[in-house]
Ligand binder design. Structure first.
Ligand code: CA2
Length: 146
C-alpha cells in the first residue's frame, strides 16, 4: 500500500466559531465545511490532509514541529489573530524545513492597520488571502505543485 503525501492544515484561535458570527467578513461556511471540501480536493489531488484547530499558540507550535517529524509535504496555516503577534510561531516556521503557506479568509491588508503586519508571512513561502474559504483551496492547489 502506498501512502499519500500529507499536508497539515492548521487553524488558530477563534476559527472554531466560523460561520456563527461576522459572516460579512468571514463568510457562512463553518470550519467543518471547509475541512470537508478540502478533504475531497485532497483526494482528487492524490494527497491526504490532517486538519486541526486550536485556540492555543503552543498547540500550533507543537503541530508545526510535528508536521516536520511526520514528514508532511507542506503546512497550510491560518494562525488567525496570532498571525499579527506571534514571534514564536514565526520562529517555529523558520525552524522547520516543511514549506508553510499562509492562509486567510479575509484580506488583512484591507482591514485595520494592526492586521497589516504578519509574523507568519515573514517566514511563510506564500500567502492566499481574501478569497473566503476558497483561500484554503487555492493554497492546497499550490501545495500540490511543490
Ligand atoms: O481572515 C482570516 O482568516 C484571519 O486569519 C481571521 C482572524 C483575524 O484575526 C485575522 O486578522 C485574519 C480572526 C479569526 C476569528 O474568527 C472568527 C470567526 C467567526 C467569528 C469571529 C471570529
Amino acid at each position: 500500500m502506498t501512502t499519500r503525501p500529507t499536508i497539515f492544515v492548521l487553524n488558530g484561535p477563534n476559527l472554531n466559531l466560523l460561520g456563527m458570527r461576522e459572516p460579512e467578513i468571514y463568510g457562512t461556511d463553518t470550519l467543518d465545511d471547509i475541512a470537508g471540501r478540502l478533504e475531497d480536493q485532497a483526494q482528487a489531488l492524490g494527497l491526504s490532509i490532517d486538519f486541526r484547530q486550536s485556540n492555543h499558540e503552543g498547540h500550533l507550535i507543537d503541530w508545526l514541529q510535528e508536521a516536520q517529524a511526520a514528514g508532511a509535504k507542506a503546512v497550510l496555516l491560518n494562525a488567525a489573530g496570532l498571525t499579527h503577534t506571534s514571534v514564536a510561531i514565526h520562529d517555529a516556521i523558520k525552524a522547520i524545513h516543511v514549506p508553510v503557506i499562509e492562509v486567510h479568509l479575509s484580506d488583512p491588508h484591507k482591514r485595520e492597520e494592526f492586521r497589516h503586519i504578519s509574523y507568519v508571512g515573514m517566514a511563510a513561502k506564500e500567502c492566499f488571502a481574501g478569497h473566503g474559504a476558497k483561500s484554503y483551496e487555492l493554497a492546497l492547489d499550490a501545495a500540490a505543485r511543490y
